[in-house]
Design a protein around this ligand. Structure first.
Ligand SMILES: [Zn+2]
Length: 845
């Protein structure tokens, strides 16, 4: 499966560039000294093209493009000898990782330097040009020595769209000469800032999930090389000194002693250079190695020494800024620090190349033959939704994770996710089996293990992300090893015999693919009805949520039958038909229990006061996944928009001043007249306890008293709070992100297609009571306890008996409240499903 192919690459050396023979420094090429300006992305690409055109030991690859069509590139720099064997070196490395067959004949360390994942942390792309130049300069004895033992891959910019958004902003607003006063406009980026990509996604949270095009394309080439060392260059607040490895606890327990040890060696090497210059730095603080979707952890869980380096700076810093210590911090300082740590990384790796390569090989040998994790096999039962299994399979392909079917049926015992208990299991030859005896063993463990050890609860990010809960799979984690015997065979849809003009077409609604299909039908002006209850027709039973597409009402759709059948086949949907609307059980198709789904005209808020990440998630979901139009309305002119033109308004997470009494009144009237308002997480604060809305803040007096008692008991236990313990105390109120089981009202359209269970990824400690006059569709019932991940005891206590999502009927319309953000980073499969239900299913007529 997934044989790594030869790099299909575009070597885009222009003819004009070839004519130039002399290697130019960045200054000679750009016409200014690095650090004097923010170089726009296309000029950086041109510099890389120039270097590749004059230096035969530099290979330049274009690996894709961004949403705004900027090229994604990387350069591989090697010694003249190694550059002739570059492909051999790459393949040998994959052989060491068990990804290719054959015996390696070369032994070279691979260092991968990734720059500017956050666009407004804008110094590192500039540093990359200096580092490229010094590495390739034939007169630089130090770098020529390094290249004997190391190949260096430089990706000058992971996030070109965000980087140019920042550079364009600064180039427009920057003063000349630059003004270091942080109050100046040049230090205040407008919403949404340059940090994220086109769809406002944080690409440094997306390595594992690959929701964004940049991540998908990069992970592909990353896995074609699998470097031994990976650096992700960042910036933090301008007043912070430089941060480099070693990282701080928590380290995920899959991290090996060598990975820890070499982080320290690297850090000590950097310290040598930073000390010599008198530069301040810190290590072993703030930046941990746990959540698997970062630019340091993803490489770490794929055999590399993965690291984050942080320079003081960011979007505030401009070309120069005065720090708290009354010192100027310039772009030139910032880029030189990143340049220094980059070169030092290559140096220490090259000096230890043999050990680095041997340890890399050992990492994969152990992963393949003797993985240390407690769980050896993950089994996903074949009766889970076939779309979801297929979706997970295709995602695993992209990470080079191996899986398949067992060769024969087998009885075993394991932890079952939906019941959270250890059970007997009969594994059939149709179930999907993922064995951890494979190269990506450790990555698999971090994704699927039922509990991850969290050695220190003060982490930088969410503490749970298990994909089994994201999909809601009936699945098992086994201590027993079960090998994959046969390649995965996806279930195929058989649509052989379909009547030419049935009374109605019927489609099951169980997965996001079904939602996409519904969105496609509605976009083509097909009229669709929704079965509110289960029914039986033509001998087949259909669950509540089934979509019915009758001939009646669709007379005006040209080529109706052909359209439905073709679209269903294109999207791999099973077509059911009936010649009658007279059902054998349940409600007939003309009943009130079969509602008409009007194609909604959807609007959402964007801009100032909204959280750009949340806006981006919604925007991306509609545009790239559902392919359904959404109108983005700016908060600055929302009040002048005629809301009645829209059926649905989505209010993303945010901190709103927009919703004053008058605007709330207008929105409330619009809902009463048939509008559907969808409010997400922190945006709920604008509607709670407001006139016209039934959402209530948590006011239960008994619960409050119980909480006070709990707190005083805790205080007694802790005694007087020491300065050092203050961080611990704040952690008790901390909700970094954990998974909770939700009790569902399966009969409500908001829960259709979710199956029996919904697991919510909680990343805030908002607490709202049950809706007194509404539908509490997803709730935490009784005592709240995360099934995976960490929640501080106070934050957790607040979730007892609380709302997760619910619907308030109001006149002709509805308000849908999501206490958790179901689209968080857009990787929670069932979250996307429940959000889709709010958009399309709730409020059918
Ligand atoms: Zn960053």
């Amino acid at each position: 499966m997934n044989k790594v192919k030869l790099l299909t690459v575009l070597l885009f050396i222009s003819v004009a560039a070839v004519a130039q023979q002399k290697l130019l420094s960045p200054k000679e090429f750009l016409g200014y000294e690095l650090g004097e300006r923010f170089t726009r992305h296309h000029r950086v690409v041109e510099y890389y093209q120039h270097v590749a055109s004059v230096m035969p030991n530099v290979s330049l690859f274009m690996y894709g493009e961004t949403y705004e069509h900027r090229p994604l590139i990387y350069a591989a720099v090697a010694s003249p000898e190694n550059s002739k064997n570059l492909e051999q070196i790459r393949l040998d490395n994959l052989r060491r990782a068990g990804m290719e067959s054959g015996t390696p004949t070369t032994k070279v360390a691979l260092v991968w330097l990734s720059y500017n994942v956050h666009g407004n942390e804008a110094s590192s792309i500039e540093a990359s040009m200096q580092t490229l130049y010094e590495l390739v300069d034939p007169t630089n004895a130090r770098s020529q020595q390094m290249l004997k033992n190391a190949v260096v891959i430089l990706d000058p910019c992971i996030n070109p769209d965000g980087r140019d958004r920042y550079a364009n902003f600064y180039n427009q607003y920057g003063n000349f000469p630059p003004n270091p006063d942080s109050d100046g406009k040049e230090h205040r980026e407008p919403w949404p800032g340059g940090r994220a990509n086109h769809y406002f996604f944080d690409l440094n949270r997306d390595w594992a999930w690959m929701v964004q095009a940049e991540s998908q394309q990069r992970i592909k080439v990353y896995n074609q090389w699998l470097p031994h060392v990976h650096v992700d260059f960042h910036e933090q607040g301008a007043n912070n000194p430089y941060y480099f490895a070693p990282a701080v606890e928590p380290f995920h327990e899959v991290i090996t002693p060598w990975q820890r040890e070499f982080q320290v060696m690297i850090g000590k090497n950097h310290a040598k250079y930073f000390d010599a210059q008198g530069w301040l730095y810190f290590t072993k603080e703030v930046f941990d190695l746990y959540y698997p979707s970062y630019g340091d952890t993803y490489p770490t869980y794929s055999g590399a020494i993965g690291m984050t380096y942080e320079q003081g700076g960011s979007g505030r810093a401009g070309l120069t800024i005065t720090t708290n210590e009354d010192d100027p911090l310039t772009l030139k300082d910032r880029l030189m620090h990143h340049h220094t740590s980059g070169m030092s990384t290559v140096e220490i790796t090259a000096q230890n190349a043999t050990r680095v390569v041997d340890e890399f090989e050992k990492y994969f040998k152990e992963s393949i033959s003797n993985p240390s994790s407690a769980y050896k096999t993950y089994v996903i039962k074949s009766d889970n939704n076939a779309d979801k299994i297929k979706q997970l399979a295709s995602w695993m392909d992209k990470h080079n994770i191996k899986y398949g079917h067992a060769s024969a049926a087998k009885a075993s015992r394991g932890f079952e996710y939906t019941t959270q208990s250890v059970q007997n299991v009969n594994i059939t030859a149709e179930d999907l089996v993922i064995s951890v005896y494979q190269p990506k063993s450790k990555f698999i463990t971090t994704l699927f293990e039922p509990q991850s050890k969290l050695p220190d609860s003060a982490t930088y990010d969410i503490t749970a992300w298990n994909l089994m809960y994201s999909y809601g799979f009936k699945a098992y984690a086994l201590n027993e090893r079960i090998n994959v015997g046969k390649p995965y065979q996806p279930k195929t849809v058989d649509n052989a015999a379909i009547g030419t003009k049935p009374y109605a077409y019927i489609f099951k609604y169980k997965s996001l693919r079904d939602v996409e299909f519904l969105a496609a039908l509605l976009s083509k002006k097909v009229k669709v009805r929704l079965a509110i209850q289960s029914f039986k027709v033509s001998g087949e039973t259909f669950d509540a949520g089934t979509l019915i597409v009758p001939q009646r009402n669709n007379e005006s759709v040209p080529g109706f039958d052909n359209l439905i059948q073709t679209l269903a086949k294109q999207m791999d949907r099973k077509i059911y038909t009936t010649t009658t609307g007279f059902v054998e059980a349940g409600k007939d198709f003309g009943s009130d229990y079969v509602t008409y789904l009007k194609a909604p005209k959807v609007a959402m808020l964007t801009g100032d006061q909204t959280y750009s990440l949340s806006v981006g998630e919604i925007w991306h979901f509609f545009e790239q996944q559902l392919h359904y139009p959404v109108t983005q309305i700016g908060t600055d002119y929302f009040k002048s928009v005629e809301l009645h033109k829209y059926d649905v308004l989505v209010v993303p997470e945010g901190n709103y001043r927009l919703f004053d009494e008058k605007t709330l009144g207008d929105v409330s009237s619009w809902v009463s007249n048939g509008g559907r308002l969808i409010v997400i997480a922190s945006a709920l604060n604008s509607f709670a306890d407001q006139k016209g809305f039934g959402l209530k803040l948590y006011t239960n007096e008994d619960e409050k008293k119980a909480m006070e008692k709990l707190e005083s008991a805790q205080k007694e236990k802790e005694g007087l709070l020491t300065y050092e313990a203050a961080e611990r105390k704040s952690i008790s109120e901390f909700m970094p992100g954990a998974i909770y089981k939700t009790t569902l009202d399966k009969s409500h359209p908001l829960a259709f297609g979710l199956g029996d269970n919904y697991y919510s990824l909680r990343e805030n400690s908002l607490r709202f009571g049950f809706l007194e006059d509404g539908w509490n569709v997803g709730i935490i019932k009784g005592k709240a306890k995360p099934i995976q991940g960490f929640t501080g005891f106070k934050a957790n206590r607040k979730l007892d008996n609380s709302l997760v999502f619910g619907v308030e009927d109001k006149g002709q319309g509805q308000v849908i409240y999501f206490v958790d953000n179901p689209l968080f980073r857009c990787f929670w499969e069932n979250g996307k499903m429940v959000f889709s239900n709010a958009v399309f299913l709730v409020g059918g007529q």
